[in-house]
Design a protein around this ligand. Structure first.
Ligand SMILES: O=P(O)(O)OC[C@H]1O[C@H](OP(=O)(O)OP(=O)(O)O)[C@H](O)[C@@H]1O
Ligand SMILES: O=C(O)c1cc(=O)[nH]c(=O)[nH]1
Length: 213
């Protein structure tokens, strides 16, 4: 595992964004771990988070013109990533995000920030069923832009509705690639090199036998 991936898992655990126990997911599954990106909730956290996203984007080498972060948790992700791309890679990249409810006065509409045009890099925290990504695709297509790729923080590597993962379904349906800063396999590798994680690893392995891809 690359150093920055190890550092990301450590950062998420320290900030209690990544926790172990018993959690009910949107899908109804009971998961032995949960990733709550809303707990990256200070200026320093966002600075660090943006640096990880920018690093992953640069490592993957995908070309894109604009960052798009779906409301709500995608908004600080896109903002922090754009700042980090400028600070660390000298690239001044436009970014935009949507409103969940259209604004009826002033400038109106659902988009805030730069124009949504060209090749769009969608950034968000996690994909579960793929709903947020599908909604974002409607916005991207309505603006005649194209999808360059998707970057999320954690790939849970679990089945969607069928045998494929929700991520694989998104990749198939939109002929795109979904990247992640880390995967569940990275999390398990990290846990196995640190003490007192035997129970958490056992529970995750049981969960993976049932829902893993
Ligand atoms: O793949 P999905 O099934 O759509 O799940 C993932 C989405 O769910 C969460 O957002 P949510 O829609 O809960 O809104 P929030 O960002 O306002 O919390 C999360 O931030 C993703 O955008
Ligand atoms: O599937 C979910 O609901 C879910 C999983 C997860 O790890 N984090 C999250 O915010 N939602």
């Amino acid at each position: 595992m690359k150093d920055y991936k190890r550092e990301f898992v450590s950062f998420a655990i320290k900030r209690k964004v990544l926790r172990f126990g018993e959690f009910e997911l949107k899908s109804g599954r009971i998961s032995p771990y949960f990733f709550n990106a809303g707990l990256f909730n200070t200026g320093k956290d966002l600075e660090t988070l943006g640096r990880f996203y920018a690093k992953a984007l640069t490592n993957e080498g995908v070309e894109f013109d604009v960052l798009f972060g779906p409301a709500y948790k995608g908004i600080p992700v896109a903002t922090a990533t754009a700042i980090a791309m400028s600070n660390y890679y000298g690239e001044d990249i436009p970014f935009c995000f949507n409103r969940k409810e259209a604004k009826k006065h002033g400038e109106g509409g659902t988009l805030v920030g730069s124009e949504l045009k060209g090749r769009v890099m969608l950034v968000d925290d996690v994909i579960t069923a793929g709903t947020a990504i599908r909604e974002s695709m409607q916005i991207i297509e309505a603006n005649k832009a194209s999808l360059a790729g998707v970057l999320i923080a954690l790939d849970r590597q679990e089945k969607g509705t069928g045998e494929l993962s929700a991520i694989q379904e998104v990749e198939r349906d939109y002929s795109t690639k979904v990247f992640s800063i880390v995967t569940l396999a990275d999390v398990v590798e990290y846990l196995s090199t640190h003490q007192d994680n035997t129970e958490a690893i056992k529970s995750i392995n049981r969960y993976r036998e049932k829902y893993g891809i």
